[in-house]
Write a protein that binds this ligand. Structure first.
Ligand code: GLP
Length: 251
């Protein structure tokens, strides 16, 4: 695992965007996250598209997760969030039909989850990941199987509380269930970019990098992946035990 530390989320995101731009290949499969962490990175990808140094035209994008039962036109439906950030010539050049998200409106969400997992196939080329305060990735909450595939899950109160900011600050409006790529599905990505910003991620990042691998902190499974780069700001690295060493070796 590598870590790149910068003063601000914006500076770290610029380098994370360069990571993706340098490794992009025609027709690649890009795994995309929601939440606030990837937003500056997406801004830099759009800028690169404008400067004609990057494009997702002809590539496919694969969401990590989706709320179950959220209205089709709800602005916080992850499909709609990712559409706004990435789709179209004004964004990254991605075609709408190349944006793949789990079908949270399916009559049978379990079948939709299995179908999504089949579509992902052997895994994406580059996966962008945020981390929940409680160490979740995608929506794999504590006690998720470390080898799980895409499945329906129940959100913890911590996560619903965290996400209430997207739902009029009212936790009761946050859906209770989701379809999420499993930890095994996420681990099938060839390359993984983790974004961790802010002091409320400090403990999750400490566990992700230095804790024992355990279902209690699902992100710790990333220690078993051979190509993970963490992009963090100063606030998020506050709890790292070997911080001086990482600074001396990081880019
Ligand atoms: C959300 C998403 C995750 C995201 C995480 C962190 O609930 N399902 O994919 O990475 O929580 O969110 P944020 O980046 O807003 O802190």
């Amino acid at each position: 695992m590598k870590i790149v530390i910068r003063e601000s989320a914006d500076e770290a995101s610029k380098i994370a965007a360069d990571h993706i731009i340098e490794r992009a290949t025609p027709g690649m499969k890009l795994g995309v996250a929601t939440g606030s962490s990837p937003l500056p990175l997406y801004k830099y990808l759009r800028e690169a598209r404008k400067a004609e140094t990057f494009s997702l035209r002809g590539c496919t994008a694969w969401a990590l997760d989706e709320y179950v039962g959220i209205a089709e036109d709800h602005p916080e439906r992850y499909r709609n969030v990712l559409h706004r950030e990435l789709v179209g010539d004004e964004a990254t050049g991605l075609f709408d039909e190349d944006l793949h998200t789990p079908n949270g409106l399916a009559e049978n969400p379990d079948a939709a989850a299995a179908e999504y997992d089949r579509e992902i196939g052997a895994g994406v080329d580059i996966q962008i990941l945020g981390v929940g305060q409680n160490g979740h990735i995608g929506f794999n909450e504590p006690l998720s199987s470390l080898s799980s595939r895409t499945h329906v899950d129940v959100l913890t109160d911590t996560t619903r509380q965290d996400n209430a900011r997207f739902f009029e600050n009212n936790m009761d409006l946050v859906p209770t269930q989701c379809i999420t790529q499993g930890l095994g599905t996420i681990m099938s990505a060839k390359d993984i970019v983790v974004l961790a910003f802010g002091e409320n991620k400090a403990e999750a990042l400490h566990q992700l990098m230095e804790g024992g691998v355990s279902q209690r902190w699902p992100a710790t499974i990333l220690q078993h992946h051979s190509s993970v780069t963490v992009y963090a700001d100063e606030a998020a690295v506050a709890n790292l035990e070997l911080l001086d060493y990482y600074r001396s070796t990081s880019g």
